[in-house]
Design a protein around this ligand. Structure first.
Ligand code: S3P
Ligand code: PEP
Length: 453
């Protein structure tokens, strides 16, 4: 008998795949649209949003603050969000969701009362200080627990007064782009908006900040992207912004259709390289702010055939001889993809170097340490560098892969399991953070094979 706590046996691919996989909605877009809907003047309809632990936690947070969120659509899959005056006292469970623990405090400062935020044990270790300090600099009163070196961490108590002055703020976002996104998202509702300057040496996941800017603009908010000297940046200018100015003003409601989560498409597309054959993902957007779109280039560089059809179906075909090419890549814009890419690197014929991802040490787990530990456990050769991981070709064997409550470590292990018999995955249920029913989806994909006749 299998118990929930038993490791899950990752299916081995019995032959090349010929699969179509419908990927659920984007976590990052869903949680941004939800948060902005709580500030909007008219109701917002989210079509095809993500339903997963992280999205449910955001819905729970909004409801705790008084926002009305109703399931709509034929099967209750869509959401209708109606803003109400934000209220405290309230308690918010952030789970292990970066988007909840970083974004919701910026909303909670607008509640009329005290809001307490806490999360999973590991959430209390994830970096929070720049958000807490940034909000304090913008006029908020927040009590925070102290982590290593006295840095602010969960749990937090936000003493909301119903409004926030806002204004200028300097933030070191070298630890996470979410520090910037958090302070920009609720900024239209602050008295003066926000003029935020990033002061750190590096800035990871810039596409996620571009996404924040795009979602704000879609909702009618004026946002300026500037370089360090105050000149225009972003968009067509070719200059990466380091400063953002969000003007105060109304947030529009209306209907938004949520794109599929392209980062979560990653393990399924990677399966085409690990198992051979072709995996197709429909509804791939022609243009997007999702960093996951970089998979098209990354997988092609590893030897895949990648075709985005006019019908919006992305087809990824593994190399005919099964030989995956190693990769030397700076992933700082798309660190979210690192575990998926690392799995393919561990199966590759040539060495790999993944760079620019030091900040992954503050993700759901220390992903650099976790990837090295689990590749090594299966007989592979990997080591940490200052800002990433190096992986050399080596034959892998089965084993029980630890996942550290990290959804992407679980999907990393399942990719390896397609080729390596005997891979067992501890706590496969952790994938529910961003993909409902991942094991069912995965087994259905593995069952869709090229026919022998
Ligand atoms: O804003 C967002 O929705 C996210 C930003 C990124 O965070 P980091 O900048 O911390 O990598 C990404 O990795 C995370 O999965 C989602
Ligand atoms: C880093 C991630 O999540 P979070 O939003 O919790 O930071 C992730 O999903 O890879």
């Amino acid at each position: 008998m299998t118990r929930a706590e038993d490791p899950w046996s990752a299916p081995v691919a019995a032959g090349p795949l010929d699969a179509v996989v419908d990927v659920p909605g984007s976590k990052s877009l869903t949680n941004r649209y939800l948060l902005l809907a709580a500030l909007a003047q008219t109701p917002t309809e989210l079509v095809a949003p993500l339903h997963s632990r992280d999205a449910d936690l955001m819905v729970g947070a909004l409801r705790a603050l008084g926002t009305q969120v109703e399931a709509t659509g034929a099967d209750g899959a869509d959401l209708r969000v109606t803003a109400r005056p934000l209220r405290g006292p309230a308690t918010v469970d952030c789970g292990l969701a970066g988007t909840v623990m970083r974004f919701v405090p910026a909303l909670a400062v607008l509640a009329d009362g005290e809001v307490r935020l806490d999360g999973d044990e590991r959430a209390r270790e994830r970096p929070m200080a720049p958000v807490v300090q940034g909000l304090r600099d913008l006029g908020a009163a927040i009590e925070a627990a102290e982590g290593p070196g006295g840095a602010a961490v969960l749990p937090l108590t936000v003493h909301g007064t119903g409004s926030l002055p806002g204004g200028s703020v300097d933030v070191d976002a070298s630890g996470s782009s979410q520090f910037v996104s958090a302070l920009l998202l609720a900024a239209p509702a602050y008295d003066l908006g926000v003029d935020l300057r990033h002061t750190g040496a590096t800035l990871p996941s810039l596409p996620h900040i571009d996404m924040t800017v795009a979602v704000l603009r879609e909702r009618g908010v004026t946002v300026e992207e500037l370089d360090a000297d105050g000149g225009p940046a972003g968009g067509q200018t070719g200059t990466a912004p380091t400063r953002w100015r969000v003007h105060p003003g109304p947030v529009a409601g209306g209907t938004v259709v949520v794109e599929p989560d392209l980062s979560n498409a990653g393990p399924f597309l990677a399966a085409a390289l690990a198992a051979g054959g072709t995996v197709r993902v429909p509804r791939w957007p022609a243009t997007t702010t999702q960093g996951g779109d970089a998979l098209r280039d990354l997988l092609a560089r590893m030897g895949a055939g990648v075709v985005l059809g006019d019908d919006g179906v992305l087809a990824v075909t593994g190399p005919a001889d099964g030989a995956i090419l190693g990769l030397d890549a700076d992933l700082h814009e798309v660190g979210e993809l690192a575990p998926t890419i690392a799995a393919l690197c561990a199966l590759a014929e040539t060495p790999s170097r993944l760079r620019g991802i030091a900040h992954l040490r503050g993700h759901e787990t220390d992903r650099l340490a976790a990837l090295v530990a689990e590749i090594t456990r299966l007989g592979g050769r990997a080591r940490e560098t200052d800002d990433g991981i190096e992986i050399d070709p080596a034959p892998l064997h089965g084993g029980i892969v630890q996942t550290y409550a990290d959804h992407r470590m679980a999907t990393f292990a399942t990719i390896l399991g397609l080729r390596v018999p005997g891979v067992q995955v501890v706590d496969i249920a952790t994938t529910a953070k961003t993909v409902p029913d991942f094991p069912v989806m995965w087994e259905a994909m593995v069952a869709q094979r090229v026919r022998a006749d």
